[in-house]
Design a binder for this molecule. Structure first.
Ligand code: FAD
Ligand code: UDP
Length: 378
């Protein structure tokens, strides 16, 4: 074995695929029973509808290198993501755009009038100088829209004061003074034509790659554990960075989600793939209806059944899957301490969303793995 990859998510598989293509022998271990990390999907047993087991995943990128790379393993549909939000019993389009603003204020503002109104409602907050999510959010859309669509949704999702959260979280969403309600701004967008798992399996399908599932890197009864491998073989580690060091610098805060699945005997539950619920009195943050991600799968789409997930968010304990780095000020200090420890860990390369404690989308995880391969490992 020339390389051990811990974790078979997009980061780990990209490293493994590149190394295998360069003639190296790679072993990938994962503690789950399947490859693919959080992007894994499978057909729901009774309907055949593709369900994203760890939360809905939408692929989008403006990085041409990443786009060329991912197209080696899958084609993409022409799906364009759009999200709606039910606030006080009324449905609005997201991200905040001229349609949302005019519907919310019951008005017919032009783009310039809407900009002037939001500037007035943003008060003292300049989004460019914002230090946290609350300041950036109010600065971008003004207080009334912030309170309706962002404040309580963010509180439910992060359970952390918006003043403690990084401004970058809210910068993920565009604000537009047109009626364009596409969720993403990227040059390329779509869903893998035959599903995420088929794509992930093609990445791992190489004679130089061996995959071992149900193997936890910290389980010393397994031959490929941390103690037995560090210093013996180069390791790419994509699990949580704090867990790797046995929480020596304290626990970083992570958020996890619980997805409550229902199979319903109706053709269509909500008419769209994702409906957000920003009000404090609704306990979940959003409902995903998976058939709407693939209207081109007509036989599956047209059946009198549908699958939905209600998404509930909470802090992760050590026993949970960590999904999102919360990134409070204290976490950022902890991360610096872990980065110092990581520097001293000879032959171990930390990567991916969990290994670097960063809110990476799929295209970012793949792009960062390509860079690690090209700049360091190759
Ligand atoms: P992961 O996919 O998390 O893979 C890490 C792997 O390491 C896991 O399989 C885990 O089991 C394994 N592992 C951890 N510890 C150990 C251990 N001790 N031993 C062995 N194996 C271990 N991105 C988008 O681009 N669009 C989206 O719409 C989108 N939606 C998302 C929704 C949710 C709810 C979440 C959580 C993420 C979403 N993402 C989305 C991000 C996307 O999931 C990540 O960018 C991508 O999965 C990153 O891959 P990764 O390899 O870094 O991590
Ligand atoms: N957000 C919000 N209301 C919404 C949608 C998003 O307040 O209806 C905020 C929230 O803080 C969230 C962030 O914007 O964490 C990023 O949203 P995105 O949809 O990108 O989150 P993800 O899909 O990664 O969970």
């Amino acid at each position: 074995m020339d390389l051990l990859v811990v974790g078979s998510g997009f980061f780990g598989l990209t490293i493994a695929e590149r190394a295998a293509a360069a003639g190296r022998k790679v072993t990938v271990i994962d503690r789950r029973h399947h490859i693919g990390g959080n992007a894994y999907s499978e057909a729901e047993a009774t309907t055949g509808i593709e369900v994203h087991r760890y939360g809905a995943h939408l692929f989008h990128t403006s990085n041409e290198t990443v786009w060329e790379y991912v197209n080696r393993f899958t084609t993409f549909t022409n799906y364009q993501h759009r999200v709606y939000s039910t606030h006080k019993g009324i449905v609005y389009p997201l991200p905040i755009n001229l349609g949302t603003i005019n519907q919310f204020f019951n008005a017919a503002y032009t783009p310039a009038e809407a900009r002037a109104l939001v500037a007035e409602q943003a008060g003292e907050h300049d989004p460019q100088k914002a230090q946290n999510l609350e300041e950036r959010g109010i600065g971008l859309i003004g207080r009334p829209l912030f309170e309706a669509f962002i404040r309580d949704y963010t509180a439910k999702q992060w359970q952390t004061d918006a003043k403690e959260l990084p401004a970058s979280i809210i910068s993920r969403l565009p604000v537009r003074y047109t009626y364009d309600n596409r969720y993403f701004n990227d040059a390329h967008e779509g869903l893998p034509t035959d599903g995420y798992t088929a794509w992930l399996e093609r990445m791992a399908d190489h004679p130089n790659i061996e995959v071992q599932l149900n193997v936890d890197y910290f389980d010393e009864s397994q031959p490929l554990n941390k103690k037995a491998t560090v210093g013996q073989v180069p390791v790419v580690y994509t699990g949580p960075v704090d867990r790797y060091f046995d929480y020596a610098e304290g626990e970083l805060s992570w958020r996890t989600i619980d997805l409550k699945e229902e199979v319903l005997d109706i053709a269509d539950f909500q008419g769209t793939s994702v409906m957000n619920y920003p009000d404090a009195d609704v306990p979940f943050t959003r409902i995903h209806e998976f058939k709407h991600f693939h209207p081109e799968r007509t036989e599956i789409f047209n059946q009198e059944k549908t699958v939905i997930h209600r998404e509930y968010s909470r802090f992760a304990t050590r026993a949970d899957e960590p999904y999102y780095p919360v990134n409070t000020t204290a976490d950022r200090e902890g991360l610096l301490a872990y980065r110092e420890l990581a520097k001293g860990e000879d032959g171990v390369h930390f990567g991916g969303r969990l290994g670097t404690y960063q809110y990476l989308d799929m295209h970012m995880a793949i792009g960062s793995a390509l860079s690690m391969w090209n700049n360091t490992l190759s």
